[in-house]
Design a protein around this ligand. Structure first.
Ligand code: NDP
Length: 257
C-alpha cells in the first residue's frame, strides 16, 4: 500500500510531538523512497530533530521540510502555502492534527484565555489550514483530488464533565469534517475523520497542567493507545484505493470505560 504514497507531498500539522510525530515516521516507513513531508508546529527546533531522526532511519528518499506554523494565527496560516518551496507546493495529503486541551475546569470556571486557545487551535486553526490547502486540491483535474484527515476525538462524541470546551471543539471538528465531505462529494477529494480514544502523549499531561500523577491516573485499569497506533490507522486509511473513503474511524484501547 505504501506504493500509493509514491511521489506524494504530505502536510502534517502538530508534528512536533505525539500523534503528529508518529504519523510522520509512519508515512516515511510506508514510502521511504519517494515522499515529501511538510512537518509543521510552533516548536520548529523539535521538528528539525525529528526530521533528522527520520532521515537517519529511512534515508533521504523522504524529503522533509520543517515548517514553523502556529495554526491559531490566521495571518501565518493565510501565507504559508505561498511561501513553500516549489518542491513542496503540490500538497496531496493534509493531516489536520494540531490541537489540544487546556485544563479540566467546569464550564462556569474555565478561563477565557483557555476557551479561546482551544477554539482558535482545534477549530478555527483546522478550518483555516484546510482553506489554505483546498485551492491546491481543487486545481487538479476532475473537480479536484487530495486527502484531508481531520483528527477529532472520542470527546467530540461523548462529552465528559470538565471537558465542556474541549468536547465542543471536537464536536465542531466532526461537524465541519462531515460538511466538507459532502461538499466535495463530486470530486476525488477524500475527507476523513479519525477519533482517537485514550492515547498516551504529552496531551494528557497538558490537560492536567503538568501534573503527571493526575495524567497517569486517567489510565488506571487500562493500557492506553500509543501515538503509533493512531498513526498506523491514518496511513492505512489514506492508502486505500482512490475510490474508497474511510470517512469515520473511532479508535479505542481494547479496555476503555
Ligand atoms: P500532543 O500534546 O502530544 O501534541 C500536540 C501537537 O499539536 C504538538 O505537536 C504541538 O506542537 C501541536 N500544536 C498545538 N498547538 C498548536 C498550534 N497552535 N499550532 C501548531 N501546532 C500546534 O497531543 P496529541 O498528539 O495527543 O494530540 C494530537 C491531536 O490528537 C490533537 O488534535 C488532540 O486533540 C487529538 N486527540 C488526542 C487524544 C489523546 O488521548 N492523546 C485523544 C483524542 C484526540 P507545538 O507545541 O510545537 O506547536
Amino acid at each position: 500500500a505504501g506504493q500509493r504514497l509514491a511521489g506524494k507531498t504530505i502536510l502534517i500539522t502538530g508534528a512536533s510531538a505525539g500523534i503528529g510525530q508518529a504519523c510522520a515516521l509512519e508515512f516515511a516507513l510506508a514510502q521511504p523512497h519517494d515522499l515529501r513531508l511538510i512537518l509543521a508546529a510552533r516548536r520548529v527546533d523539535t521538528i528539525h530533530e525529528i526530521a533528522a531522526a527520520i532521515t537517519k532511519q529511512v534515508g533521504d528518499g523522504v524529503k522533509i521540510l520543517p515548517l514553523q506554523l502556529d495554526v491559531s494565527k490566521p495571518d501565518e496560516v493565510r501565507t504559508f502555502v505561498g511561501k513553500l518551496p516549489d518542491e513542496f507546493k503540490n500538497i496531496d495529503i493534509l493531516v489536520n492534527n494540531a490541537g489540544g486541551v487546556r485544563g479540566v475546569e467546569t464550564a462556569g470556571n474555565i478561563a477565557e484565555d483557555d476557551i479561546n486557545v482551544m477554539f482558535d487551535t482545534n477549530v478555527t486553526g483546522l478550518i483555516n489550514v484546510t482553506q489554505a490547502v483546498l485551492p491546491i486540491f481543487f486545481a487538479r483535474p476532475d473537480g479536484g483530488a487530495g486527502d484531508i484527515v481531520n483528527i477529532g476525538s472520542i470527546a467530540g462524541r461523548e462529552p465528559y464533565a470538565g471537558g465542556s470546551i474541549y468536547c465542543a471543539t471536537k464536536a465542531a471538528v466532526r461537524s465541519f469534517t462531515d460538511s466538507l465531505r459532502r461538499e466535495t462529494i463530486h470530486t476525488k477529494i477524500r475527507v476523513m475523520e479519525i477519533d482517537p480514544g485514550a492515547t498516551e502523549t504529552e496531551f494528557s499531561v497538558v490537560r492536567f497542567r503538568g501534573d503527571k500523577a493526575k495524567a497517569d491516573a486517567t489510565y488506571a485499569g487500562m493500557e492506553p493507545l500509543t501515538a503509533q497506533d493512531i498513526a498506523e490507522v491514518i496511513v492505512f486509511n489514506v492508502t486505500r484505493r482512490q475510490n474508497v473513503v474511510i470517512a469515520d474511524s473511532l479508535i479505542f484501547p481494547t479496555v476503555q470505560a
